[in-house]
Design a binder for this molecule. Structure first.
Ligand code: SAH
Length: 428
């Protein structure tokens, strides 16, 4: 990193802000004023925190304190409305953050049709009051998912809640690290290696920057959040957990609207289950047996399927919560009927659903996208085995914003694939 890293308000929690104002000899309620300004109003400079006395702001500035808002360096808009942001930090590093506006079918929670089905279920009057606690009593959402799945009832947004009028159900996909160390063989981010962890402020800052740019604000606007951008959140665990708390308590995004996806860092999955405030859990399964998974995801050599499935089974799910398993389908590699049957076996009896993602291609990725028939065939086998299974719609493939395509605009924008070029529309 190097250089003096200024102290930024973004990323500080209530306790830290209380300590900061106490140190300056200011009354305790100033901490709340800073929380409000930074996380809810999303100011970008100390000057804008007009609730603070000028001399306190001057003092903070003298001490090298800044708000620490990351900068949107580039912005690409897809034909499907998806926006890919390149967001830069104080030390010159950058990550990608993706905005997926509501669209045909809607992106919700974890960006899948399944989550939308679940949300619709949760809104049925009389069914969404707090109810059964124990996991075993909690069968309704899965039943609802299965109904939606089999009856193909997924529709776009149309319902009654007044806040829908503004933005519907948009999803922000955020990054947790610059690059990634996990080395999944089908993922473009892996090619970068890992440069560094993001701070909690840099994780929250991506959300603040995008909300501001899109002129939306939770909770009035319904915003879902997925930790599915660059990096492995569970290899930056402390900062990720702190960021999720700040997103809930500061920014005002509900826990049930956030999902974190892990490649399978087993000890952290166990820790995560014990967090008081936490997003929902998604696990990137991507293979149906150890031999295949170890080939596609080298981390399987450290934490194999038995360990991963044990952690998933032990995971303390909340009322109306389930685990999502993501499965990237790679043509003629992991997409055969017998693979689907193996997956069904692995997941038997678990409160979960599966999101299938047909490979999003990229330069340097030696796999191919399966045919739509293969994808449907795989889905049908899982559904027939009783596993709610959904196919994730690719978003923003034309601008390299889809799953596994985040590799930082600098590289992609300066040397785009020929067929990608016409769709680029840089706005900054
Ligand atoms: N490191 C975390 C978060 C990244 S989430 C994780 O692995 O879960 C990104 C999701 O996209 C993961 O489920 C991953 O398996 C999937 N993915 C990676 N590369 C992809 C590609 N080329 N096409 C489609 N999905 C991909």
């Amino acid at each position: 990193m190097g250089g003096i890293v200024p102290l930024s308000l973004l990323g500080m929690d209530r306790e830290e802000l209380v300590a900061l104002v106490a140190q300056a000899g200011e009354p305790g309620y100033r901490a709340q004023q800073i929380m409000e300004s930074v996380y809810r109003r999303r100011v970008e400079s100390l000057d804008e925190i007009s609730t603070l006395p000028q001399q306190f702001r001057d003092g903070l500035a003298r001490d090298g304190v800044t708000v620490g808002t990351p900068q949107i360096e580039k912005k690409f808009v897809s034909v499907d409305g998806t926006v890919r942001y390149l967001i830069g930090f104080a030390d010159g590093q950058s990550v990608e953050t993706v905005w997926m506006p509501e669209g045909d079918g809607g992106e919700a929670g974890d960006g899948s049709e399944a989550a939308e089905a679940a949300e619709r279920f949760a809104e049925v009057p009389g069914l969404n009051s707090s109810g059964a606690k124990a996991q075993s009593q909690n069968r309704e959402p899965i039943a609802a998912l299965k109904r939606c799945a089999t009856q193909n009832q997924i529709r776009s947004v149309d319902r009654h809640s007044p806040d829908r009028a503004s933005t519907g159900r948009s999803t922000i996909c955020i990054s947790s690290q610059v690059g990634c160390a996990v080395d999944c063989q089908f993922c473009l981010t892996a090619l970068l290696g890992v440069k560094r962890n993001l701070t909690a402020g840099e994780i929250v800052g991506q959300v603040c920057a995008v909300l501001k740019d899109q002129k939306v604000s939770p909770p009035e606007d319904r915003i879902n959040l997925v930790f599915m951008g660059m990096g492995e959140p569970f290899l930056n665990y402390e900062n990720f957990v702190k960021a999720s708390r700040l997103l809930v308590e500061g920014v005002g995004i509900a826990e049930r609207r956030m999902t974190v996806s892990t490649a399978g860092i087993v000890p952290r999955i166990r820790d995560f289950g014990g967090e008081a405030i936490r997003p929902k859990l998604a696990i990137s399964l991507n293979a149906s047996n150890d031999a295949l998974r170890a080939r596609l995801m080298p981390l399987n050599k450290k934490w194999n399927l038995e360990m991963l499935m044990a952690a998933a089974r032990d995971f303390p799910l909340r009322t109306r919560e389930w685990i999502t398993f993501e499965y990237v389908l790679l043509g003629d590699v992991n997409d055969a009927p017998e693979h689907a049957r193996e997956v069904a076996e692995l997941l038997r009896g678990m409160r979960c659903k599966v999101n299938l993602i047909a490979l999003n291609p990229g330069p340097g990725i030696d796999f191919k996208t399966p045919s739509p028939e293969r994808v449907t065939g795989f889905q049908n086998i899982l559904r027939e085995a009783g596993v709610p299974t959904f196919v994730r719609r690719p978003r923003g493939r034309d601008i390299y914003a889809a799953c596994g395509q985040l590799k930082r605009t600098v590289e992609v924008a300066t040397s785009p694939e020929p067929q990608m070029q016409p769709a680029f529309r840089a706005e900054r």
